[in-house]
Ligand binder design. Structure first.
Ligand code: ARG
Length: 616
C-alpha cells in the first residue's frame, strides 16, 4: 500500500497547510514542510494508518493537540479525493488521527494485485523508462567469497544465503545486480602451498584433478604449520609468492590448477543451493594494486610508518590512543587484503571500460570484518573514489553456533563440512517425511520423497539462517529448523501446499477479481465481510512495503517475519471461515484471497531463494 500511503501523506500535508497556513509558511521558509508523521496503524482496531503530526505542533501553536487534530481532520474531509479514499477519521488519545481505508478501496487494491505479477511492487526499471533513457547503474553484491585451497565453512554459507537473497530482492526491484564472488585466490597462502606441494605431491601442480579439495585442505594445513616454524620454508614460500605475482608461467599454471580444484567443489554447493555468482577473485585486482597506492600517495594520504605504506584512519585509535593505520603496502613491498579491497572499491565505482560504474556496493561478511570495512571505506572516501550518490554498505552477520552456544563442530570436534551439513538436513527431512506418510497412511513414490526431502531440507537451512536478525549469532538446530510449526520453512511451505490442496478439491482460484475481459470492474466481484477476511486483505497488502524495506535496510529477516505472519493470518482465515463450502461471490472472493496468499508466499519465498511445492 505504498502508493496509497504516499497519496495520504500528500493529502494530509495539504490539509495541515490549509488548517495552519502560518505554521506551514514558517516551515517552508525553513526549507521543510509540516510533517503528518504518517505510519501504519500500530493495532488493527486503529484502522490502517495513523498520523501523529498534530502533537509536535501543540507547542509552537499554543493549542491543545486534540484541537489541532480536529482542525486537520476538518480540512481533510473537505478534500473529495480523501473522502473517496478513507472513512471518517477518528481522533484518539492525545491527538492521534486514525485513518481507515474504505472497504471498496481495499478490494480495489486486492483486485489490482490479482492482476499484477509483481504483486504491487514497482520496478525501478519501469520508473526510469522514458525519463532519461540512461542505463541504470548496477548494484554490486559481494558475497560468499570463500578462500581457495580452504574448505568453505558455515560463515561462507551464511554469506552465500544472505547475499543471494539480497541480490534476488534487488534484481526483482529491477536493479542490474553484479553478484560477485570475491574469492581469496591470491597472496601468501599460495607461496606456502606451492612450496609444500613441490616436495610432497608435485603432480598436483602439473595435472588437473591429481588431488581433491579435502587433500588440498590437508596440504594447506601442513604447509601452514611448516611456514610457522621453519625459516627456510618461509623464505622459499615468499620467493614463490613473488614468482607467482610476477607472472612466472610455471607458478601460474600450478596456481590455476589449485584454483580449479577448489572452484569445482564450491560450485557443487552453489548448484545445490541454486546460487548464481560471478567469480572475480582477489587476483583480478592484482594489476591495479600499485596504482591504488600511487593514487593514495598523490592525494596526500599515504604515510610511511615503520617501513610500511599506510593511511592513518580518522576517528579510529588503538589502545594507546594513537590513530590506527590501515596498511596498504607492507615493508617487503607486498600488498594485502585491504589493498585488494581498495582496488575493488575503486574499480566497482569507476565508469567503464575499466570499472563497473556501480552506485551501491554491498559486502556480506561476518561481523568480525566490520573494522576492516570501516577502514577501507573511509580511505576510499577520502581518496575521492566514491561518487556523491554512491553507497558503500557492509552487511555483517553473527556467528553460527551449535546448540550448546559454542562454535559449530561435529561430534568428533571437527569443523563441519558444508556438504555434510546439507546432506544431514535432507536426510533428516526424509526420515520425518517417511514417518509422517506412514502415520497418515499415504503412499508416495520414491521420486516424490526424494524431491520433497531435498526441497524442504535445503529450504529449512536457508530459512533458519535468513529468519534470524543477521547481526546476532545464530544457533544451528536441525530439530528447530525442520519443525512443522513455528517460524520455519516447513510451516510456510505447508501453507502453500494447503492452498494448492484447495484448488485440487475443486476451488477455482482464478474465478474472482480477475475481470477477465468481462467488462466488469474486477473489484466489484470481490465481496468481503468477515474480520478474518479483512485481516488477510490487510496483511496481503503490506507486501510492497516489506520489499521496499528489505531493499533499503538489507535485512531479509523482515521478509521472513512478514511471510510467517501472512501464513498465520491465512491459516486463521482458512480454519475459521468456510471457503469451499461458501457460495456465489463470497466463495469466489475467498478463493481469490487464497490465490493471492499463495502468489505472495511463492514470490516472497522465491526472493529468499526457496522454491515451493504443490504437495508435501
Ligand atoms: N575471502 C574472505 C573470507 O573468507 C571474504 C571476502 C569478502 N569480500 C571482500 N571484498 N573482502 O573471509
Amino acid at each position: 500500500m505504498l502508493r496509497i500511503a504516499q497519496t495520504l501523506e500528500t493529502q494530509l500535508r495539504a490539509a495541515m497547510a490549509r488548517a495552519f497556513p502560518e505554521a506551514a509558511e514558517q516551515a517552508s521558509a525553513a526549507g521543510s514542510a509540516l510533517d503528518p508523521q504518517l505510519a501504519p496503524a500500530s493495532k488493527p482496531e486503529f484502522g490502517d494508518f495513523q498520523a501523529n503530526g498534530a502533537l509536535p505542533l501543540a507547542k509552537p501553536l499554543g493549542q491543545p493537540p486534540r484541537a489541532i487534530a480536529t482542525a486537520i481532520v476538518a480540512q481533510l474531509q473537505a478534500d473529495p479525493a480523501f473522502a473517496a479514499l478513507c472513512l471518517e477519521p477518528q481522533i484518539a488519545g492525545p491527538g492521534f488521527i486514525n485513518l481507515t481505508l474504505k472497504p471498496e478501496r481495499l478490494a480495489a487494491e486486492v483486485a489490482a494485485r490479482l492482476a499484477d505479477a509483481r504483486l504491487g511492487v514497482p520496478s525501478v526499471a519501469e520508473a526510469r523508462e522514458g525519463t532519461s533513457g540512461q542505463a541504470l547503474a548496477p548494484v554490486v553484491v559481494d558475497f560468499s567469497s570463500p578462500n581457495i585451497a580452504k574448505e568453505m565453512h558455515v560463515g561462507h554459507l551464511r554469506s552465500t544465503i544472505i547475499g543471494d537473497s539480497l541480490a534476488r530482492v534487488l534484481e526483482f526491484r529491477g536493479h542490474p545486480v553484479l553478484r560477485l564472488n570475491h574469492v581469496g585466490d591470491w597472496g601468501t597462502q599460495f607461496g606456502m602451498l606451492i612450496t609444500h606441494l613441490k616436495q610432497v605431491a608435485p603432480e598436483a601442480l602439473t595435472t588437473a584433478d591429481a588431488v581433491d579439495l579435502g587433500d588440498l585442505v590437508a596440504f594447506y594445513r601442513q604447509a601452514k604449520a611448516r611456514f610457522d616454524d621453519d625459516e627456510a620454508f618461509q623464505t622459499t614460500s615468499r620467493e614463490e609468492v613473488v614468482k607467482l605475482q610476477s607472472g612466472d608461467p610455471v607458478s601460474l599454471k600450478a596456481w590455476g590448477l589449485l584454483c580449479d580444484q577448489s572452484r569445482r567443489e564450491f560450485q557443487l554447493i552453489y548448484d545445490r543451493l541454486d546460487i548464481r555468482l560471478s567469480e572475480r577473485g582477489e587476483s583480478f585486482y592484482n594489476p591495479y594494486l600499485a596504482g591504488v597506492v600511487a593514487d593514495l600517495d598523490a592525494s596526500g594520504l599515504l604515510v610511511t610508518d615503520d617501513g610500511a605504506q599506510c593511511v592513518f584512519l580518522e576517528g579510529v585509535s588503538g589502545k594507546d590512543g594513537k590513530p590506527l593505520p590501515l596498511i596498504v603496502q607492507k615493508s617487503d613491498g607486498g600488498f594485502n587484503y585491504a589493498t585488494t579491497d581498495l582496488a575493488a572499491i575503486r574499480y566497482r565505482f569507476a565508469a567503464g571500460p575499466e570499472g563497473d560504474g556501480a552506485r551501491r556496493v554491498i559486502y556480506v561478511t561476518d561481523a568480525g570484518q566490520a573494522s576492516h570495512f570501516a577502514g577501507v571505506f573511509q580511505v576510499a572516501r577520502r581518496a575521492g573514489w566514491i561518487p556523491a550518490d554512491g553507497r558503500l554498505e557492509h552487511v555483517p552477520f553473527g556467528l553460527v553456533q551449535g546448540e550448546d552456544g559454542k562454535k559449530l563442530k561435529t561430534r568428533a570436534g571437527d569443523t563441519v563440512r558444508l556438504r555434510d551439513l546439507l546432506d544431514e538436513a535432507v536426510e533428516r527431512c526424509e526420515a520425518d517425511l517417511r514417518r509422517r506418510l506412514q502415520e497418515e497412511g499415504r503412499s508416495e513414490d520414491e521420486a516424490f520423497i526424494a524431491h520433497v526431502a531435498a526441497t524442504v531440507g535445503l529450504a529449512a537451512v536457508k530459512y533458519a539462517d535468513l529468519s534470524q536478525n543477521r547481526i546476532t549469532n545464530y544457533q544451528f538446530s536441525f530439530d528447530r529448523m525442520l519443525a512443522l510449526t513455528g517460524n520455519t520453512a516447513p510451516y510456510l511451505l505447508y501453507a502453500v501446499v494447503r492452498i494448492a490442496g484447495i484448488a485440487r478439491k475443486g476451488g477455482d482460484l482464478g474465478a474472482a477479481g480477475a475481470g477477465g475481459g468481462t467488462g466488469v470492474d474486477p473489484a466489484d466481484s470481490l465481496h468481503f465481510s468477515e474480520p478474518q477476511e479483512w485481516a488477510l486483505v490487510r496483511e496481503l497488502l503490506k507486501f510492497d512495503a516489506v520489499i521496499a524495506e528489505v531493499e533499503e535496510e538489507l535485512l531479509p529477516n523482515r521478509l521472513c517475519t512478514y511471510l510467517f505472519e501472512l501464513s498465520q493470518v491465512f491459516n486463521r482465515f482458512y480454519d475459521q471461515v468456510p471457503v469451499l463450502k461458501a457460495e456465489g461471490p463470497t466463495r469466489s472472493s475467498r478463493l481469490a484471497l487464497c490465490r493471492l496468499t499463495a502468489d505472495t508466499l511463492k514470490l516472497g519465498l522465491g526472493l529468499l531463494g526457496i522454491p515451493t511445492l504443490e504437495r508435501m
